[in-house]
Design a protein around this ligand. Structure first.
Ligand SMILES: [Zn+2]
Length: 297
């Protein structure tokens, strides 16, 4: 687990505003490494992961609860799916990790160019006890941060500002990834609202702040110079819960006839199963396939 990455929760203006900020640089670097993503896909996947982490911070109450964000745009990356649990553990997958689009301008990755500007963002919360909630909105810009803000306004009626970014340096390394979310819970007068909006608009890009050494708390101080009330702080990390045992169940779901056909036809020494969320590979030799089948009978 990273020592660097964490989420902080806070409230401000007498609990009429709640805010969240995170540094997820190591999480995004690991997503990039696991999926071998191009620079714009690193940004698209990383922003989706951070959007999901922020939504989870605002809405999951138990460690085992899950939040899934599913971005399906019409761009070359295809589908982006990210799952976060109540412990701040995140994993994700992309349809085409090598999709590319020319930079908008030098140093500005073309996220909408790989995601597309048409499609939808779906968010599903699995709260346990078979309680599942899903909301969906059309993509607003394909830049992901704005799409999460649009989702929160349209689907959850919560006016929110979301600023998230990923900075990939000249060597292709994820050098900074992080951001914030500010939610207006109600009761602000026009001047208070305008002041918050102005500060968010004037804020340097979150990755610029992180590269200068700012912490998530210091990002919140910039948005709430009059002060805020810090809540809890917890680590965020990449984690995939897949295991060899889980894939044994997946193999069984192929059905007996298909497993017997694979065992009979297997020319290579082992069947390889790949987890699409973390690219971990699991190998099953014919005799292991047979043992799984025998154990199920
Ligand atoms: Zn996995």
């Amino acid at each position: 687990m990273s020592d660097r990455d964490y989420m902080v929760r806070a409230t401000a203006l007498g609990e009429r505003v709640r805010a969240f900020a995170l540094d997820a640089t190591d999480v995004v670097a690991e997503l990039q490494a696991r999926h071998d993503t191009s620079a714009p896909v690193t940004a698209a996947l990383g922003r989706t992961a951070m959007g999901a982490l922020l939504l989870a911070a605002a809405s999951l109450k138990e460690e085992e609860q899950l939040l899934t964000a599913d971005v399906r745009g019409n761009g070359p990356v295809g589908r982006i799916v990210v799952t976060v649990n109540g412990r701040g553990e995140v994993r994700g997958l992309v349809g085409n990790p090598h999709a590319d689009a020319p930079d908008v301008r030098p140093g500005k990755l073309n996220v909408a160019g790989v995601v597309g500007t048409e499609g939808y963002l779906a968010v599903t919360r699995d709260l346990g006890m078979r309680e599942t909630y899903q909301g969906m909105v059309e993509l607003h810009s394909g830049e992901i941060g704005e799409d999460f803000a649009h989702y929160l306004l349209k689907s959850e009626q919560t006016p929110s500002g979301v600023g998230i970014g990923v900075f990939v340096d000249g060597a292709g390394r994820t050098a900074a990834a992080g951001g914030y979310m500010v939610q207006i819970l109600g009761g602000l007068d026009d001047n208070e609202l305008a002041a918050i909006e102005a500060r968010m608009a004037a804020l340097p890009h979150p990755t610029a702040l992180l590269l200068e050494g700012a912490t998530p708390e210091q990002i919140l101080e910039r948005i709430f110079p009059e002060g805020y009330t810090p809540g809890d702080r917890y680590p965020v990390s990449f984690k995939c819960p897949c295991s060899r045992e889980r894939f044994e169940g997946g193999i069984l779901s192929l059905g007996e006839a298909e497993i017997e056909r694979i065992i009979a036809e297997e020319t290579a020494p082992a069947t390889e199963v790949v987890c699409h969320f973390c690219n971990e590979k699991y190998h099953f030799a014919p005799h292991e396939m047979q043992a799984i089948l025998d154990a199920s009978r």
